[in-house]
Design a protein around this ligand. Structure first.
Ligand code: HAM
Length: 441
């Protein structure tokens, strides 16, 4: 017997129906925010992800050489692909560009709860607009999806942070420009490491200052109120003041979008991906348990880095399906779908041709119809109809065929009526409205 590869999942129909429920919410809410769906290849040139995604993701790539000796990789994320697509069409696309995608991604990670080697993401990105209104629109979309799925402020929170605030802070404590991104990487990992490991990692970048930098970093990470953050930012001079205004404007927008209750200022979020330049965020369960449900932020330089000449501001986020499904399940928010046909056809072997054409007509009229795929006795067919969970059985025997009739049996009430085959659809639609056949019929 073969098993799935580690970190890959099968989706039998029940799991697929639940996944479709989540995807349907993604699509409906994205539509309400006027985002357009797009799609892209799963396999990409390896080079697209090298440098663009950052070292952590590159070390997790599924990559190989194809028969044409090209170095290719299964996409670990969508952002570099989107940047390429938009850069290639930048002049002809009306701005702002508001696009979303639902698709599968692959990362060679250690499989664990909420983490697989293949997973789905809902990506939403907004390109061509650098004002905080765009960041707010994206955050409101993320919160709107979570709310529509049934998650309230007791169940999920969005932790909001800002790379620019971090860069201004690092500048204020005298860290040279070239060393700032290495320090952000340490800060990104700091929650998962011991303090000694963090100060050691910082010491490697700036020898002798590890402990001192760590205590200053910890101090900034403690800030979780807008007022104290604004005071801190104004201590960074004019650029700090400008950034404080951006923070205030963003929080005002989020309030107007009615999503403030979900937002927590949390500067421990830095994001592992190399391309982020501004406001960044991750969504978690409100309890803080488990891994991130979603993550994103602004990445204003990626399109230029990829295209060489096109300067297009951009921001976006992705929600992952694995942690989201776990969270919805835990909160009893995953509907369980009963998948049954509306109708089951029972017919004699001599009548099968007429029977199949009745099946074809009822299917065309929008009913879900099942029928025995090979000859079998009426008794067996009745049993099968009962097991199928269908509400109605259509019965076509010798007598019905001769009279050009068909019997409709309500499998719930056991009532039945005979109707002309030519009026069958009409009659079924009527029964749908009336709620079935009386048991005395
Ligand atoms: P990310 O934080 O790497 O961001 O992934 C976003 C979400 O995808 C995570 O919060 C998590 O739910 C899910 N995810 C990531 N890796 C795995 C995994 N191995 N197993 C299960 N779920 C996983 C990005 O991918 C960015 N490209 C998002 C973005 C879009 N930024 C701008 N636009």
């Amino acid at each position: 017997m073969f098993e799935t590869l580690p970190g890959f999942r099968d989706f039998p129909p029940e799991a697929c129906a639940q996944r479709n429920h989540i995807f349907r919410v993604f699509r409906n809410v994205a539509r309400a925010f006027d985002f357009r769906e797009y799609d892209a290849p799963i396999l990409e040139p390896l080079d697209l992800f090298i440098e663009k995604s950052g070292p952590e993701i590159v070390s997790q790539l599924f990559h190989f050489q194809d028969k044409g000796e090209r170095a290719v990789a299964l996409r670990p994320e969508l952002t570099p692909t989107l940047a390429r697509m938009v850069a290639n069409r930048a002049n002809s696309l009306p701005k702002p560009i508001k696009w979303y995608n639902i698709g599968e991604h692959f990362r060679y990670e250690r499989p664990q709860k909420g983490r697989g080697r293949s997973f789905y993401q809902f990506n939403a990105d907004l390109l061509g607009e650098d004002s905080v209104g765009a960041d707010a629109e994206l955050i409101a979309l993320l919160c709107g999806i979570m709310e529509t799925l049934g998650l309230g402020q007791n169940q999920f929170a969005l932790r909001l942070s800002d790379r620019q605030t971090w860069l201004l802070f690092l500048e204020s404590i005298g860290i040279a420009e070239g060393e700032r991104s290495a320090i952000l990487e340490v800060i990104d990992k700091s929650e998962r490491r011991k303090p000694e490991q963090n100060s050691e990692a910082l010491d490697k970048i700036i020898p002798g200052r590890g402990n001192e930098i760590l205590s200053q970093v910890d101090e900034l990470k403690q800030i979780n109120q807008l007022d104290s953050l604004l005071i801190k930012l104004s201590s960074f001079g004019q650029t700090g003041q400008t950034r404080a205004n951006d923070w205030r404007a963003l929080m005002d927008h989020l309030e107007a979008h009615q999503v403030s209750p979900f937002i927590k200022i949390d500067l421990s979020i830095v994001r592992g991906l190399a391309y982020y330049t501004g406001f960044v965020y991750e969504a978690f369960e409100a309890s803080g348990e488990g891994r991130a449900l979603a993550g994103g932020g602004r990445y204003d330089h990626l399109i230029k880095k990829l295209s060489g000449n096109i300067d297009l501001p951009a921001a976006g986020f992705a929600i992952g399906d694995m942690t989201l499904t776990d969270c919805l399940e835990k909160n009893g928010l995953l509907p369980s779908y009963v998948m049954v046909p509306d109708i089951f056809l029972i017919c004699g072997s001599e009548q099968s041709k007429t029977g199949i054409s009745i099946v074809a007509n009822t299917r065309k009229a929008g009913f879900s119809v099942s029928h025995p795929l090979k000859e079998s006795s009426f008794g067996k067919q009745f049993k099968e109809a009962g097991k199928s969970g269908a509400r109605y059985a259509l019965i076509l025997g010798e007598e019905e065929e001769l009279k050009k009739k068909v019997k409709i049996k309500d499998l719930k009430s056991s009532g039945e009526i005979a109707v002309d085959q030519s009026h069958l659809i009409q009659q079924l639609e009527k029964l749908d409205e009336e709620g079935g056949i009386d048991s005395s019929s």
